[in-house]
Design a protein around this ligand. Structure first.
Ligand SMILES: C[S@@+](CC[C@H](N)C(=O)[O-])C[C@H]1O[C@@H](n2cnc3c(N)ncnc32)[C@H](O)[C@@H]1O
Length: 303
């Protein structure tokens, strides 16, 4: 088993034992990527905040670099984790299943689903049956080949400057990325620009509240299946009112729902009795939440 950035952490070492011998039906955990097709670095709009005494990557105790919070290079360090059963991105698979529930089926041949910040393509198996052409955009040159292996047409780029024309997409999703960019309103405005009138926008992210910070950083970063340490910068968590206003200005009335893992499923997952955990809707949107809405038509109404 290759050594990864998280292999040294106690919980992963523990969960790794139960992961041995399992395989996720959609992909091999240790596959190698050989084809990207997109060359050169893409300028990132992501801020990489610096803390006193931490001015750049330096070796962690087990060798891999310890990076500043929200450093996009973390996704390259963790590239072999996207599809690893019980790996560092496990919870993204559960959230993707919940995101897919908000994606409508294609209503025309050639319907286009744009997956902004698609990462390693974790959404793909959950939307495959819906009949869209699935195009995924991401900054990460190591994640995109994995997305391609899962049937996504990969495009390397920045979610804040989408390389797509106006009103081309039937559905736009942006999962677990608003909390990684400096200007979430710009992301929403770009997403709405490329969305056709009547098209559906689906988002999920973390609220800028004490509960968002506590549940997604203080707690989740220490739990099996939670995000890798330092992946999130709580300073970038999302102001829900500002998000709703930005979407409204762009012609999308957003409906928000909270999301949390089923505690029973999580216990069963911990003890190896479940392969995945269902994400449940909650009334409170103060932590992890989903948002969705349809872009108004020319007449100003959802079609
Ligand atoms: C937490 S992962 C979510 C991936 C995927 N949406 C999912 O839910 O599995 C965040 C992703 O956002 C990408 N990302 C971060 N900032 C970005 C930007 N400015 N433009 C494009 N992708 C970005 C990262 O490379 C990473 O793949």
């Amino acid at each position: 088993m290759p050594v990864t950035a998280t292999d040294g952490s106690g919980w992963l070492a523990w969960t790794r034992a139960t992961a041995e011998g399992r395989s996720r039906e959609e992909g091999s955990a240790t596959r190698e990527s050989h084809h990207d097709g997109h060359d050169g670095p893409v300028p990132t709009s992501n801020p990489v905040p610096r803390r006193p005494g931490l001015t750049g990557p330096h070796p962690g105790p087990a060798g891999p670099p310890v990076r500043p919070r929200n450093d996009p290079a973390q996704y390259d360090d963790l590239a072999d984790q996207w599809w690893r059963p019980r790996g560092s991105f496990e919870m993204l698979h559960w959230i993707a299943e919940a995101r897919a529930r908000l994606v409508p089926a294609a209503d025309r041949p050639g319907s286009l689903l744009l997956d902004l910040a698609c990462g390693g393509g974790v959404l793909a198996p959950h939307v495959q049956r819906l009949g869209h052409r699935h195009v995924g955009l991401d900054l990460s040159a190591t994640a995109l080949p994995l997305a391609r292996e899962h049937g996504i047409v990969p495009v390397r780029g920045d979610v804040l400057r989408l390389p797509f024309g106006d009103e081309v997409a039937d559905v736009v999703v942006a999962g677990e990325v608003l909390e990684h960019v400096a200007d979430p309103a710009r992301l929403v405005s770009e997403a709405a620009r490329v969305l056709k009138p009547g098209g559906t926008l689906v988002l999920d992210t973390i609220a800028d509240t004490w509960w968002g910070r506590f549940s997604s950083v203080t707690v989740a970063e220490r739990l099996p299946a939670g995000p890798p340490r330092r992946l999130h910068d709580p300073a970038l968590f999302v102001d829900r009112s500002a998000l709703v206003e930005a979407a409204g200005r762009a012609g999308v009335v957003l409906h928000l729902t909270g999301l949390r893992p089923s505690a029973l499923d999580y216990l069963a997952w911990l003890t190896g009795r479940r392969l995945a955990v269902r994400m449940l809707a909650t009334r409170s949107t103060a932590g992890l939440f989903q948002a969705h809405g349809r872009k108004t038509t020319v007449e100003g109404r959802p079609s």
